[in-house]
Design a protein around this ligand. Structure first.
Ligand code: GDP
Ligand code: MG
Length: 169
């Protein structure tokens, strides 16, 4: 089992990657803070059984071209969190592209999690079942709906990842 894990956040621009990282790190939400964090990654300590592990959370700017951005960024990642916005069909349709890029680069050496974010919004266009079905079809480790705005399921997301980490070599 490793003691340091690189977790990359992928998904279209505007789905809430930076907001999720901000929620995880600082337990806050700022709707005006839309800019992608200007540093490579933020570190978070996690306690797993009797072990202390380090998570490196890597933000991306989703608008960058898949091909040019991704390889170096994903190369040594342990977990890929692919995020879509439950009110944005296009961001959901793009999940498969993000998934394929991860698989091309990392094969089976990576855990892949599908996250449907913005669960606090009423104008939902992607149902929980659709998210679940896509995650199963692609072979993601799990699917979860979150809200970085009200914090819904964000801790659970990380608990579930923590449970899977011992599977990684
Ligand atoms: P990124 O481009 O994927 O990093 O997305 P951002 O984190 O910058 O978020 C894009 C916009 O969506 C911002 O205006 C956020 O305030 C908003 N946003 C992010 N997460 C949520 C959420 O869970 N609920 C709602 N209602 N808005 C969110
Ligand atoms: Mg961002």
């Amino acid at each position: 089992m490793l003691t340091k894990y690189k977790i990359v956040f992928l998904g279209d621009q505007g789905v809430g990657k930076t907001s999720l990282i901000t929620r995880i790190m600082y337990d806050t939400f700022d709707s005006h803070y839309a800019a992608t964090i200007g540093i490579d990654f933020l570190s978070k300590t996690m306690y797993l059984d009797d072990k202390t592990i380090r998570l490196q959370l890597w933000d991306t700017a989703g608008q960058e071209r898949f091909r040019s951005l991704i390889p170096s960024y994903i190369r040594d990642s342990n977990v890929a969190i692919i995020v879509y916005d439950i009110t944005n069909k296009e961001s959901f349709n793009d999940v498969t592209k993000w998934f394929n890029v991860v698989k091309e680069e990392r094969g089976s050496n990576v855990l892949v999690v599908l996250v449907g974010n913005k669960s606090d919004l009423d104008n939902k266009t992607i149902t929980n079942e659709e998210g679940e079905t896509l995650a199963k079809k692609l072979g993601c480790n799990f699917f979860i709906e979150t809200s970085s705005k009200n914090g819904y399921n964000v801790k659970n997301l990380f608990k579930k990842i923590g449970k899977l980490l011992p599977e990684l070599q």
